[in-house]
Write a protein that binds this ligand. Structure first.
Ligand SMILES: Cc1ncc(COP(=O)(O)O)c(C=O)c1O
Length: 394
């Protein structure tokens, strides 16, 4: 596999392709890809078009393997327990469909999960006669202990599996999933952790975490092109997962070493170049001291969160410490029309920032990454003051 030159950026903003005229505070939704990683993507796409057959049938699977080996090293797991999927919801669909849930069984989750995953569980639980339990989490979270006590109130004799985000979406909170995995094991439950926001955002070692199923996005904080994510499954559960799309890998004419990979890796003709850029992304992060960058960004998020919340008359959703707050800051806000508010923020103020609604509460969520500076949050503060004056938030 080709690798780009070892480019070290003094000003990391230059590495990104983002528009200059937009204050980009929404890295959290779909990430953003730096140039060297995007270049690697285009090199793979060109190689594909030079000889599509050789690429898709011969070289591609070898490249995929090399990419999985590097990702496994990064995530602290075995390469063959990982399979690439386009996005975390796809991974949740594979597991929710494949699990042998019986009528009456329960899947224990929280009421602060990602909407697409909620829908997936609702769908498959309804089909199997099982129940998706969205345990209410009291916000703001007072402490880890209170959170855990709240969460386990949703447990019953019928609980089979726990499904929980390691970093939540609208509320942008880091949740204590290690403790949940340990307690779930004591209670004999399976655990599926939704780590969409986790890889390269906070440290992750899948072997230590010991979840049965784990999904994460690479196109968010690892910055690879869109449509690159993974599903990690412990070996003892791999056999029970049917392919979401039945294709050549099912009952394969020439089976590979792993049914898990045969079933889930090949589902028809498609461009898997985004998956192949993962080694480039890992190198880019290494050369640019990414954990140092992440720490600076986290500090900036934490510095501004109490102040921005106070401005709109609310409070941070958890203690503002590394335990709960990473590179996402969610500001509970009151407003009449969140859709309009988002449009105004973008069209009038040139700020790309999500305005999300969950459980009837509106959240303005900012993300900070290498290309942001404190000036972006100074601007956000000014704009929030103006929006208050205009009575668009109150
Ligand atoms: C907590 C969480 N889970 C899962 C996802 C996956 O989203 P999708 O599968 O739509 O890309 C996201 C995306 O932002 C998320 O925040």
């Amino acid at each position: 596999m080709e690798s780009s030159d070892n480019i070290l950026y003094n000003n990391l903003k230059e590495a990104f392709l983002l528009r200059e005229d937009i204050t980009f505070l929404n890295f959290g939704s779909f990430g953003a890809t730096p140039k060297p990683i995007f270049d690697a993507y285009q090199r793979f796409q060109q190689e594909l078009e030079y000889e599509p057959v050789q690429f898709i049938i011969n070289k591609g699977p070898q490249y995929l393997k090399e990419s999985r080996v590097r990702l496994a090293e990064f995530l602290g797991c075995k390469a063959d327990d990982l399979v690439y999927v386009p996005n975390p919801t796809y991974a949740v669909n594979i597991v929710a469909r494949g699990l042998d849930l019986k009528p009456g069984d329960e899947v224990l989750s929280t009421n602060i999960e990602y909407g697409a995953c909620d829908r997936t569980w609702e769908f498959y639980c309804a089909e199997k006669g099982a129940k998706y339990v969205k345990q209410e989490i009291k916000l703001p979270i007072e402490s880890k202990e209170v959170f855990l006590a709240d969460f386990w109130k949703g447990f019953s004799e019928k609980t089979r599996l726990v499904f929980i985000s390691q970093i939540t979406s609208a509320t942008g909170l880091i949740l204590p999933v290690k403790e949940i995995c340990e307690e779930a094991k004591r209670r004999g439950l399976l655990v599926f952790v939704d780590g969409a926001h986790v890889p390269a955002h906070i440290h992750l070692n899948l072997t230590d975490l010991n979840a049965d199923f784990y999904t994460g996005a690479c196109h968010k904080w690892m910055m690879t092109p869109k449509g690159s994510s993974f599903l990690h499954v412990k070996p003892e559960h791999q056999q029970q997962l049917d392919p979401l799309v039945v294709s050549w890998g099912y009952k394969a004419d020439f089976p590979g070493d792993s049914q898990f990979l045969d079933y889930h890796q090949f589902n028809g003709t498609r461009d898997f170049s985004a998956y192949l850029t993962i080694p480039e992304a890992i190198d880019f992060m290494k050369w640019n001291d990414w954990w140092g960058v992440a720490e600076d960004c986290r500090m900036l998020v934490q510095k501004w969160l109490p102040r921005l919340c106070e401005l709109v008359g609310s409070k941070p959703l958890a203690p503002v410490t590394d335990e709960f707050i990473g590179q996402l800051g969610s500001i509970p806000t009151r407003c009449e029309n969140p859709v309009e508010l988002k449009q105004i923020l973008y069209n009038e103020y040139k700020i790309e920032i999500p305005v999300m609604v969950q459980n009837n509460q509106v959240y303005i969520r900012y993300s900070i990454n290498a290309f942001n500076s404190e000036d972006d949050l100074v601007k956000l503060e000014k704009v929030l003051v103006e929006l208050k004056e205009r009575k668009l938030i109150f």
